[in-house]
Design a protein around this ligand. Structure first.
Ligand code: BTN
Length: 242
């Protein structure tokens, strides 16, 4: 598929395609020709995928994009939080009165409905693909998930897909700058201030089992700390339910 160079946004050379299977796959093709720091968006995405084997359905006017980022694997879990925090902050800056929440690890909800999801995959040694879907205009239903979907449009936030992309990449670059100068702690506090179910009883489904407990904290690596009957457990990956 032909991707057309558009402009530089913050650290990234941004390309756009008419229709791709998945922007997370497209970026793997583009990086060798176009350089390490690129962003690719598509007007249509026919084979979008989500975390843990879910699909990500397209809807006319919605945003699908992936950008690349170099980072050490030890920083990945913190980075997962920063990607979601930047999304939530983009929305709050544009619509301060909206009920924006982050559901661990990094889904973004408005008024209890999922607006955006993030899929981070490895491209190459040290280079990662951060794929983001944002329901700008419509809220496609996704089969076999426990949440409802919403859109920015139905929440009264009138941003088009490209405006959102520009705001987001600039916001993410500034959050990364803060991370480099101030460290993770203040950003983690901000993340917790927006977290759904923080300090509440939750249930985490991992690949292997289900754990119940209180969402007690995020540790300094960005992992969820679950207070269970048998003590504190560090949760690296899973889905959160109430
Ligand atoms: C999730 O909530 O499960 C994550 C959804 C991630 C969807 C985005 S859309 C752009 C990029 N390309 C994909 O195939 N997936 C991500």
């Amino acid at each position: 598929m032909v991707s057309v160079y558009k402009e530089k946004i913050a650290l990234w050379d941004w390309y756009e395609a008419e229709c791709v299977s998945s922007t997370n796959d497209e970026i793997r093709q583009l990086v060798p020709q176009c350089g390490k720091y690129i962003a690719i968006s598509a007007k249509r995405q026919t084979g979008g995928r989500g975390r843990r084997g879910h699909i990500w359905r397209e809807g006319e006017g919605n945003l699908y994009f992936t950008f690349s980022m170099e980072l050490n694997v030890e920083e990945l879990s913190r980075f997962v939080c920063l990607v979601g925090l930047s999304l939530a902050e983009t929305l709050l800056e544009k619509s301060p009165q909206s009920d924006v929440k982050i559901k661990w690890p990094n889904d973004v909800f408005i008024s209890g409905k999922k607006i955006s999801g993030i899929l981070i995959e490895k491209i190459d040694n040290g280079l990662w693909a951060i794929g983001i879907g944002v329901n700008i205009a419509v809220a496609p239903e996704i089969a076999n998930v426990e949440y409802k979907t919403g859109s920015l449009y139905e929440s009264g936030i009138m941003l088009d897909r490209i405006e959102f992309l520009r705001y987001y990449l600039a916001k993410f670059a500034s959050v990364m700058e803060r991370y480099q100068t101030e460290g993770f702690k203040p950003l983690k506090e901000q993340w917790l201030g927006l977290a759904l179910n923080y300090r509440q009883q939750i249930c985490i489904k991992t690949e292997k089992n289900v754990k119940n407990g209180e969402f007690a904290a995020l540790d300094d690596n960005g992992y969820l700390m679950l207070r269970t009957d048998s003590g504190m457990e560090r949760i690296v990956a899973g889905d959160l339910f109430v």
